[in-house]
Design a protein around this ligand. Structure first.
Ligand SMILES: Cc1cc2nc3c(=O)[nH]c(=O)nc-3n(C[C@H](O)[C@H](O)[C@H](O)COP(=O)(O)O)c2cc1C
Length: 386
C-alpha cells in the first residue's frame, strides 16, 4: 500500500503481512507522486489517499504449474481484487483497477526483484478533494532481504519473457495505451433466448460482505443437485454488471464473453448457452446432457461433471492484442478473473458453492464452436450444491 498521511497511519509504502494481519513499513513518506507519474493518471490515482498494488511471486505457482503459472498470477490476483472492490463498494469508497503503468517504476518503488515478483494491478482507493503532489520523487532500491519461499525455487524463463513483452516503459507509452479504443462485443439478436430473472436489490439481512468473503472458498466436491434458475440469474446478473478498469471506456463495458454448460438448473433445459449481456439473457446453442463433456473440458476432474453449471470466460485475444497491444493479454486475464471472483462472492451469498477450474484451452473453443470461433478461454468456474 502506498499512502499519504491517513487517520491512524503515517504516509509511506507498506507491505501487507497476511500471517500477522499487519502492515510493515518499507518506506517512510508520501510516494504517491511516483504512482501518479507511472500511471499517467490525472484523476483516480491523483486523488486517492491510498493506492493498493497487487504483486505476484512467480515461484509460488510455477513450482507446480510451470509456465501456466502466468495465468494463475491473474486468476489469484483477480479473485482477491473482486473481494477488495466489494469491500470498497460496501464502505462507499471509490475504487478503480489500473492495468496500465510503467512496470519498472512501480516494481522499484516496492523494492521488487522483477525476475521473481512483479506488480500486476493498482487500485486507487477513496477520493480526497486535495490532490497529492505530482512532483517526481527519486527512488532508491532498498534491497531488503526476503525470506526464501522454498528450498527449490523454480524460475520459468518463458514467464519472465512474456511479462517483459507486455511491459510499458514510459508514462508517454502508458498515456498512448490508455487512449486506445477497447473492443466491445456486438450482440446479434436471438429469438431463442431466456431472459434472466434475478432477485434485484436483494439485501440479505444479517449477511455482510465480510461474512460472505470469509465463507467463500473453493468447493472440493459437488452433489448433482440442481440450483434454481433465480439463483443462477442473480449470480450472473450481479457478477457481470461491470468492473471499473482503466482500459474500458465506461462502466458496464467488457471484453469477456460467457459460455455456459447447464448440467442441472431447475426450470432451465440442460444444454449449452451463450450469455447475451445486452439482453441479460441466455441463448441456447444446443440442448442435451453434457456432464461428461464438461468433466473432460475441466481437465478430466469430477467437479465440472458434478456441478450444476460450468461457466467459461472467453475473449477474442487476437482482436484484443490488435487493439491493446501485448498489454491486452494481461487486461483480458484480469477482467475475466475479477468477474470470476465476483461469481464466487455472488454464489456464496446465494448459498451456492463455487470453484475455479483449469481447462483444455483449444478443446473449449472447439466445444462451443462455431459460436466461439477465434475465442480463447481466460477463466472457468463451476457452480453447484455441496
Ligand atoms: C482459475 C482457477 C483455477 C483453478 N483450478 C483448479 C483445478 O483445476 N482443480 C482444483 O481442484 N481446484 C482448482 N482451483 C481451486 C483452487 O485450488 C483454490 O481456489 C485454491 O486452493 C484456493 O482456495 P480457496 O479458493 O478455497 O481460497 C482453481 C481456482 C481458480 C480461481
Amino acid at each position: 500500500m502506498v499512502c499519504g498521511d491517513i487517520l491512524g497511519l503515517e504516509a509511506g509504502v507498506y507491505h501487507f503481512d497476511p500471517n500477522n494481519m499487519k502492515l510493515d513499513q518499507l518506506r517512510k513518506g508520501d510516494f504517491r507522486s511516483v504512482l501518479i507519474n507511472a500511471t499517467a493518471d490525472d484523476f483516480d490515482v491523483k486523488h486517492a489517499p491510498a493506492i493498493l498494488v497487487y504483486t505476484d511471486i512467480f515461484t509460488r505457482n510455477s513450482i507446480k504449474y510451470r509456465t501456466r503459472e502466468y495465468r494463475h498470477a491473474f486468476w489469484d490476483c483477480g479473485t482477491i481484487i473482486a473481494n477488495t472492490l466489494a469491500m470498497c463498494n460496501s464502505h462507499h469508497l471509490r475504487s478503480k483497477v489500473i492495468m496500465g503503468f510503467v512496470d519498472d517504476v512501480v516494481n522499484s518503488l516496492l523494492d521488487l526483484n522483477p525476475e521473481k515478483e512483479v506488480s500486476l494491478a493498482l487500485i486507487p482507493i477513496g477520493k480526497d478533494s486535495q490532490t497529492s503532489s505530482k512532483e517526481p520523487t527519486k527512488i532508491k532500491m532498498l534491497n531488503l532481504a526476503t525470506e526464501p519461499l522454498s528450498s527449490y525455487p523454480y524460475d520459468d524463463p518463458e514467464i519472465t519473457k512474456l511479462h517483459l513483452g507486455s511491459s510499458l516503459t514510459s508514462p508517454e507509452q502508458v498515456s498512448l495505451w490508455q487512449s486506445k479504443d477497447t473492443l466491445i462485443q456486438s450482440y446479434k439478436t436471438s429469438t431463442k433466448d431466456i431472459v434472466l430473472e434475478p432477485k434485484l436489490n436483494e439485501i440479505s439481512v444479517g449477511t455482510s460482505i465480510e461474512t460472505v468473503i470469509i465463507k467463500r472458498g473453493s468447493a472440493r466436491k459437488f452433489s448433482k443437485e440442481p440450483i434454481s434458475f433465480q439463483q443462477l440469474s442473480t449470480i450472473i446478473h450481479y457478477s457481470t454488471c461491470g468492473v471499473c478498469m482503466d482500459f474500458l471506456q465506461k462502466y458496464g463495458d467488457s471484453i469477456i464473453d460467457l459460455y455456459i454448460v447447464v448440467n442441472s438448473v431447475k426450470n432451465l433445459k440442460s444444454g449449452i448457452y451463450y450469455f447475451n449481456k445486452k439482453r441479460n439473457s441466455l441463448e441456447i446453442l444446443k440442448e442435451g446432457i453434457f456432464r461428461n463433456d464438461a468433466m473432460h473440458l475441466g481437465l478430466d476432474q469430477d467437479l465440472p461433471g458434478d456441478g450444476s453449471v460450468c461457466i467459461f470466460f472467453m475473449t477474442n485475444l487476437e482482436k484484443i492484442l490488435d487493439k491493446l497491444g501485448n498489454r491486452g493479454y494481461r487486461s483480458a486475464q484480469m477482467e475475466a478473473s475479477i468477474m470470476g471472483g465476483r461469481f464466487y462472492l455472488a454464489a456464496y451469498s446465494q448459498k451456492v458453492e463455487a470453484t475455479g477450474l483449469t481447462f483444455y484451452d483449444d478443446e473449449v473453443t472447439e466445444f462451443f464452436s462455431p459460436h466461439s470461433d477465434n475465442k480463447n478461454t481466460m477463466f472457468m468456474i463451476v457452480l453447484g450444491k455441496k
